[in-house]
Design a protein around this ligand. Structure first.
Ligand code: 2PG
Ligand code: MG
Length: 427
């Protein structure tokens, strides 16, 4: 069979933080090949598929020789001769082969790289671009609304501020190309404002400006000013989205705001965030409480959820069952969809379907450790995910994803975004 898998190979490559990661390459009997690279998070949820690292002293213990060996040995043997278009069945083979609940034996990084490479080679075997292949029988397409980081804090900037992502969404843009243009202007304006204020000191892990601010709210103020400085109306043209990533500084209902030198409980944190929602043009807020603080998430969603997108990342870890449980509880209303949290494309898709079934919105998301791999851009379009988060508007591992959207838009023949009424309730 021409379309059968002839080989599966993994090689060690390097990510945007200069750390090892692995690239999987699947080749068919007729020579068609597809490849994908595993991304890596820094602020990870505890229920994520395990990112298998070698430990020891080399590269800070981050090497991936064991994950590569798993691909080149067991995984390659299990997939040889199979039909690459049977994604569900092949992912099931990977899951059964691993046999652990968190993919710790073969490694979530090994599995997601292979799973994505299978989709790439299957698309190539049908001479389709990946987005088109993933779309199946769907015929209507739009591009995702970009959610773009302007300041990067938390675990991505030496904890310079507690909040991790200060982002913008060009909710008033007429199409994807214009959304990128507006974002570029806001990013530039923010840099200029920081330079003028003597606060410019480089960029954080995802390309956002390094947040040389004294309080979290000062960053928020600066961001709103940058939107206006670039000539846009905050809240109408360009709005603010935050990823609090609260699991990184909170546990057991206590939150340590290190940058402000104080500790607060869930209620006081909620008060602070609700105050921000009143004073700034915020339309989306991710992980406002820690992953173990479901009741605070529920109360916050009850209060703010009707107006604002409340995004679950660490809380649900791209897991269908967790999403269904969170929806039942009424905690959050939008799922962040990260393939490497799930570990296979099929489980990622199941999480998206669970979000849709619950009436939740969804955002496809890259990780803080990234590469030139642009699978996530294809996945957003192909699966009709209406928002995309890949970090800032600088550095090629980020720009590769935004630029791929421009190529896909040309191929579709339109840069149309989801209908405006779909935000923030897009699913
Ligand atoms: C997040 C991501 C992306 P990381 O928390 O949403 O910003 O960060 O990949 O480090 O988990
Ligand atoms: Mg997050």
């Amino acid at each position: 069979m021409k379309r059968s898998i002839a080989s599966v190979h993994a090689r060690r490559v390097w990510d945007s933080r200069g750390r090892p990661t692995l690239e999987a390459e699947v080749t068919l009997a007729d020579g068609t090949a597809g490849r994908a690279i595993a991304p890596a998070g820094a602020s990870t949820g505890s229920a994520e598929a395990l990112d298998l690292r070698d430990g020891g002293t080399a590269f800070g213990g981050m090497d991936v020789q064991r994950a590569c060996a798993a691909v080149n040995g067991e995984i390659a043997a299990a997939l040889a001769g199979r039909d690459p278009t049977q994604q569900g069945a092949l992912d099931a083979v990977l899951i059964a082969l691993d046999g652990t609940p968190d993919k710790r034996r073969l490694g979530g990084n090994a599995m997601v790289a292979v799973s994505m490479a299978l989709a790439h080679v299957a698309a190539a075997s049908q001479r389709l671009p990946l987005w088109r292949y993933l779309a199946g029988s769907r015929t209507e397409f739009c591009l995702p609304l970009p959610e773009v980081q302007i300041f990067g804090g938390g675990a991505h900037a030496g904890r310079r501020v507690d909040v991790q992502d200060f982002m913008v969404v060009a909710i008033g843009a007429t199409d994807y190309a214009q959304a990128l243009e507006w974002t570029a202007e806001v990013y530039r304006a923010a840099g200029e404002l920081m330079a003028k204020a003597g606060r410019l000191s480089g960029v954080a892990d995802e390309g956002g400006w390094w947040p040389a601010f004294d309080t979290n709210e000062e960053a928020l103020e600066f961001l709103q000013r940058a939107i206006e400085h670039a000539g846009y109306t905050a809240g109408q043209d360009v709005a603010i989205a935050l990823d609090i990533a609260a699991s990184d500084f909170g546990k057991g209902g206590r939150y340590r705001l290190a940058c402000e030198g104080r500790e607060v409980d869930s209620d006081a944190l909620a008060e602070m965030l609700l105050g921000w929602l009143r004073r700034y043009a915020i339309v989306s807020i991710e992980d406002p409480f820690a992953e173990d603080d479901a009741q605070a998430l529920r109360r916050f969603t009850l209060e703010a959820g009707p107006k604002v997108q409340i995004v679950a990342d660490d809380f649900i870890c791209t897991n269908a069952l967790r999403i269904a449980g969170a929806a039942l509880l009424g905690a959050c209303n939008t799922a962040l969809i990260k393939p490497n949290q799930a570990g296979t494309l099929s489980e990622t898709r199941a999480a998206l379907d669970a979000a849709r079934a619950a009436g939740w919105g969804a955002i496809a998301s890259a990780r803080s450790g990234e590469t030139e791999d642009v699978t996530i851009s294809h996945l957003a379009v192909g699966w009709g995910v209406k928002q995309l988060k890949v970090g800032s508007f600088a550095r090629s591992e980020r720009m590769a994803k935004w630029n791929e959207g421009l190529r896909i838009g040309e191929a579709i023949g339109s840069f149309a975004l989801p209908p405006r009424c779909a935000f923030p309730w897009s699913n």
